[in-house]
Write a protein that binds this ligand. Structure first.
Ligand code: HEM
Ligand code: HEM
Length: 192
């Protein structure tokens, strides 16, 4: 439901909070975890960190499923994030505006930012899908990893640098907006 003060519907804010927290955790946990998927042993802190990677990853996958159900049932949101049939004018305007140092006010609307958000969602959904598949093929009770797990791991690792690039660009631009005090942090106000 859209309220008067906050430009993002409440559902968008909750979904974003879940996905942003989840993917951020996944990225930072992946820096220090020792997955040890060959043996499935959780005896050290870095191995426990992998356990959190698995559980946060599965939870994030559920948030993403909810987001996709919302996208499929909301034509306006779908056109905003995936403007296959336009409108292209706002995107071109944002692009040329950027070169002149102009930033569009934040909020859900067709824009260059919305197009990038759509691509970001596809990217993190790939991570969640491959990660969830990995979960079900992790070795149990000392069995060696099978051929399917060996095939899934490279698929999960293939695009991780793009996820970092998205995260750095997305958080960086949020900070640029925040310097302009244009109300961008309101996407994190969950109880408005
Ligand atoms: C990699 C993890 C993240 C993903 C996949 C992600 C994804 C998204 C998506 C899909 C939107 C559009 C939401 C909508 O219009 O309904 C969005 C907007 C936004 N996100 Fe994130 N987000 C992530 C992390 C973060 C983090 C860590 C921050 C905080 C610094 C953040 C701040 C924002 C802000 C301020 C907006 C609104 C931008 C605008 O209106 O143009 N996000 N994000
Ligand atoms: C939104 C969900 C997820 C994201 C964004 C994510 C992200 C990442 C990233 C960035 C890496 C590091 C890749 C590298 O350094 O090469 C990684 C590694 C890994 N992830 Fe995930 N992950 C997710 C879900 C999961 C789930 C549910 C599992 C299930 C157990 C999982 C299992 C693994 C494993 C086993 C590795 C290590 C592969 C290796 O180094 O051999 N991930 N993940």
């Amino acid at each position: 439901m859209q309220d008067e003060q906050n430009p993002w519907p409440r559902e968008a804010r909750w979904l974003h909070a879940g996905i942003a927290l989840g993917v951020t955790w996944q990225l930072f946990s992946s820096l220090w975890m020792t997955p040890d998927w060959q043996h499935a042993d959780y005896g050290s802190l870095t191995q426990l960190l992998f356990s959190t990677h698995a559980w946060m990853g599965l939870s994030t996958a559920l948030f993403l499923l909810w987001e996709w159900l919302w996208i499929f049932t909301s034509p306006a949101l779908r056109a905003q994030l995936f403007p296959l049939r336009g409108p292209w004018r706002p995107i071109i305007d944002d692009f040329t505006g950027l070169f002149r140092g102009r930033l569009r006010a934040p909020g859900p609307a067709p824009s260059l930012a919305a197009l990038v958000h759509g691509l970001g969602l596809v990217l993190v959904s790939w991570m969640a899908l491959t990660g969830t598949a990995i979960y079900f093929f992790l070795p149990q009770g000392g069995t060696p990893p099978g051929a399917i797990l060996h095939a899934l791991i490279p698929l999960h690792k293939a695009l991780y640098l793009l996820v970092w690039a998205y995260w750095i660009g997305h958080v960086g631009l949020t900070l640029v907006h925040a310097l302009r005090r244009d109300g961008i942090w309101r996407i994190f106000r969950l109880l408005d």
